[in-house]
Design a protein. Structure first.
Length: 367
């Protein structure tokens, strides 16, 4: 069976996050941009992948079309055991474009699609190919977007808890915001604080020390630049709180540098950035060896979210990140909704488990 085509679909679905906003620099983001990658074969089977695309959908589409698709067309579809070697060769072929960022977003999409195809060929779910599921339900945490006002933060935290979420993540950078969240959810609910790389080392250390009363599970990416692992390790040591990072990292090699520097207690590979399922598995294996917990970056709604469910199902513990927002449509119907107990069901169909709703794809397609 050979790959006949690789096509990138730009899908944009609006959302409502109440008082919260999703910002990149000075720009507010009002819709979820996805680059869903369709890999066709001469046997009639289709694999689905996902390239990170929040603020770069056209660029991610171009990377898939101009870099990855020519590498994949005509390729014999490998079985599960052959995917790592096939992807290693493609990474080698594309390394002159850079080992991180857009190139790896596109590579990630192809890798996910190949694993989807491997499962479909065997007629088994992805989790059966990568070690076997230990859990059928994955606990979800509500990932709140940036709010700012402690009063509104408290209200949104309370609303998430009432909907069944058993853990909360903020995207805030002030101590009053963190303290307001803790007061709203009580002492028994895990609280995470995603900072998106705003501070230098001394400022981050003071912030961590000032937040201790709120007992966050971790601070996420407190330091700029995110690849300054030495400073991140110092914040972890001097600030007295656990540190999470990795959503901006690509390939197991960068995670190795991060973890061996002692920078993180929690590694956060993003399957649609890191290099796909293949690299995610390598990161998780290294984290287990070193003694770092794995809590993936997964605030997206395309094939990458399905892949993350499978990847977490083979682990004994760990949460999945769900953006706390409402949206008018979903590629997977209601299959990835959070249930009343705050869990998301692991897909049991072949490959990733579900086929995207092509009607939704067409309605929200960006030409």
């Amino acid at each position: 069976m050979k790959i006949t085509d690789v096509r990138a679909h730009h899908i944009r679905i609006p959302y409502d996050a109440g008082p919260a906003s999703f910002r990149q620099g000075a720009s507010a983001i009002s819709a979820l941009d996805m680059v869903v990658v369709e890999v066709s074969t001469d046997a009639g089977l289709t694999g689905w992948g996902d390239a990170f695309a929040y603020v770069c959908p056209k660029t991610s589409c171009t990377a898939v079309t101009e870099m990855v698709a020519p590498q994949a067309r005509g390729l014999d579809v490998p079985d599960a055991d052959g995917i790592p070697a096939a992807m290693e060769q493609i990474q080698r072929n594309l390394h002159l474009f850079g080992r991180y960022g857009i190139t790896m977003f596109a590579v990630s999409a192809l890798d996910i699609a190949l694993w989807d195809l491997a499962g479909k060929v065997k007629g088994v779910p992805l989790h059966q190919l990568i070690g076997g599921a230990k859990r059928k339900l994955i606990p979800a945490y509500a990932s709140l977007l940036r709010i700012g006002s402690p009063e509104h933060i408290a209200a949104e935290c309370g609303r998430a808890i009432k909907l069944g979420y058993s853990a909360i993540k903020l995207h805030e950078t002030t101590v009053p915001a963190v303290l307001a969240a803790r007061e709203a959810i009580g002492s028994g609910v895990p609280l995470m604080v995603d900072m998106n790389c705003p501070m230098d080392g001394p400022t981050a250390i003071r912030f961590a020390q000032d937040c201790k009363a709120a007992a966050p599970m971790f601070l996420e990416e407190p330091v700029w630049p995110p690849e300054d692992f030495a400073t991140l390790a110092e914040v972890r040591k001097q600030g007295g709180l656990d540190i999470a990072a990795g959503e901006n990292a690509c390939t197991v090699h960068q995670f190795s540098q991060m973890m061996k520097a002692g920078a993180v207690s929690h590694a956060q590979p993003s399957v649609i950035k890191v290099g796909g399922i293949t690299e995610f598995l390598r990161v998780a294996a290294l984290a287990d060896e070193i003694g770092v917990k794995v809590i993936p970056h997964s605030p997206y709604f395309g094939p990458g979210f399905l892949a993350t469910l499978h990847l977490m199902s083979i682990r004994d513990e760990g949460l999945i990140e769900v953006f706390f927002m409402t949206r008018p449509a979903c590629l997977w119907g209601g299959h990835i909704d959070v249930d009343a107990s705050g869990h998301v069901a692991v897909p049991q169909g072949a490959g990733l488990g579900y086929e995207p709703d092509r009607g939704v794809m067409e309605k929200y397609r960006v030409a």
